[in-house]
Design a protein around this ligand. Structure first.
Ligand code: NDP
Ligand code: NDP
Length: 317
């Protein structure tokens, strides 16, 4: 496959692994890159020293391109930027903030910048800021999500109409069929999170991975819309916060119930009752925990089979 995304990132496939907090350490990122995709280290859950260590280990584990995901609301951004420059990271995905802030800085340092957006106006803003590519992430996605609840099926063609730079689809894509569908809608590549969270190499707790495998349709829901919208598996913590919201809890009361470090508790420590379990709707299609190499191989096989089916009589009227 040779297209705008494989040319931009110098990868074999236009498949990017989401930089998910607590899931995306160096093992996952390097395995994805070694298997022909683009692996991303998720900086959001890493203190600066941890972040540096993961980059250094990733560089040792792969000689293929890899990148980092930086949520701009991170409290010590300047320290992370220094590490990125010192360690010569060449690909950065930014999210949760204004892309105007750092894009010029990254380009001055010869770094490719991709920005993650949940809606058309943010995509246009990212293009105006000069980013090299945009990830448009729909309502189906796990973790933090847009307030407008636009689904990937609608978001991708809407964004495609408004921007010229390479477009990566995210949210609800976990299979080769989903990848082909996204590309038919106008994407040049895909970013997948959930399918890689259920990989052997993800840094998350095995309890969390097993919960992903158990998930069905309706197992996840977007909540905490007054604080930061986030899609979670409906566990005990979800029920507690959801009931409080239904009962009219104030913002302060919701923040108190949320507390601190819930994502770590759920995904990293494997506390399935008290933690946040951030995963996308596509978890309902994931039925085993596999090594990354097998996941990417399966996605490519599914993609090629779906493409062959489209070209055969199957879809002709
Ligand atoms: P903030 O209140 O933090 O916004 C700060 C500034 O950054 C605003 O000028 C805002 O633009 C801009 N901005 C924020 N996010 C983006 C973005 N993705 N692309 C371009 N500009 C952005 O932001 P909100 O809490 O209102 O969140 C904005 C959106 O980002 C929401 O849909 C939210 O759910 C999502 N988000 C995504 C996260 C992720 O990691 N993927 C994490 C947190 C939020 P403006 O004034 O035009 O709104
Ligand atoms: P909380 O405020 O509840 O807790 C902070 C967590 O982040 C703690 O577990 C802490 O680890 C860890 N952490 C890592 N580095 C730092 C640092 N420099 N300063 C403070 N804490 C740090 O936040 P959340 O767990 O909900 O979210 C953490 C980050 O991840 C945020 O930036 C958030 O926007 C981002 N995020 C991004 C998502 C995405 O979709 N891209 C999804 C969800 C969150 P410890 O417990 O060891 O102190």
């Amino acid at each position: 496959m040779d297209n705008k995304i494989t040319s931009l990132f110098k990868t074999k496939y236009p498949i990017i692994q989401g930089g998910m907090i607590w899931n995306s350490g160096w093992k996952l990122a390097s395995s994805v890159s070694n298997s022909g995709g683009l692996g991303l280290i998720g900086a959001g859950s890493m203190y600066p020293d941890v972040f540096r260590e993961h980059i250094q280990k990733c560089k040792k584990a792969t000689n293929k391109p890899f990148g980092v995901n930086l949520p701009m609301i991170y409290p010590q951004m300047d320290e992370l930027l220094d590490i990125i420059i010192a360690e010569k990271v060449k690909i950065v995905f930014t999210s949760a903030g204004n892309p105007k802030k750092y894009t010029d800085f990254f380009h001055e340092n010869d770094i490719i910048v991709t920005h993650v957006v949940p809606g058309v106006k943010y995509a246009v803003k990212a293009q105006e800021a000069g980013v090299d590519a945009v990830v448009a992430e729909g309502f189906e996605a796990g973790g933090h999500n847009g307030r407008d609840e636009t689904t990937t099926l609608c978001l991708i063609p809407m964004v495609k109409k408004e921007i010229d730079i390479p477009l990566i689809a995210a949210g609800g894509i976990g299979t080769g069929e989903g990848m082909l569908a996204s590309m038919i809608l106008g994407a040049d590549g895909v970013q997948m999170g959930s399918r890689f969270a259920a990989s052997e190499e993800a840094s998350s707790h095995v309890n969390f991975k097993e919960e992903i495998v158990k998930a069905q349709d309706g197992s996840t829901q977007l909540t905490l819309k007054d604080i930061t919208p986030v899609r979670l598996i409906k566990n005990k913590f979800y029920d507690e916060i959801n009931q409080a919201i239904i009962n009219g809890a104030t913002l302060e009361q919701q923040k108190e119930i949320l507390g601190r470090g819930r994502a770590k508790k759920g995904m990293f420590e494997g506390n399935l009752d008290e933690g946040e379990l951030e995963i996308g709707q596509v978890a309902g299609l994931i039925d085993s925990i596999q090594p990354v190499s097998a996941i990417i191989k399966a996605i490519i096989t599914e993609y090629e089979q779906a493409l062959a089916d489209i070209n055969s009589r199957k879809y002709h009227f």
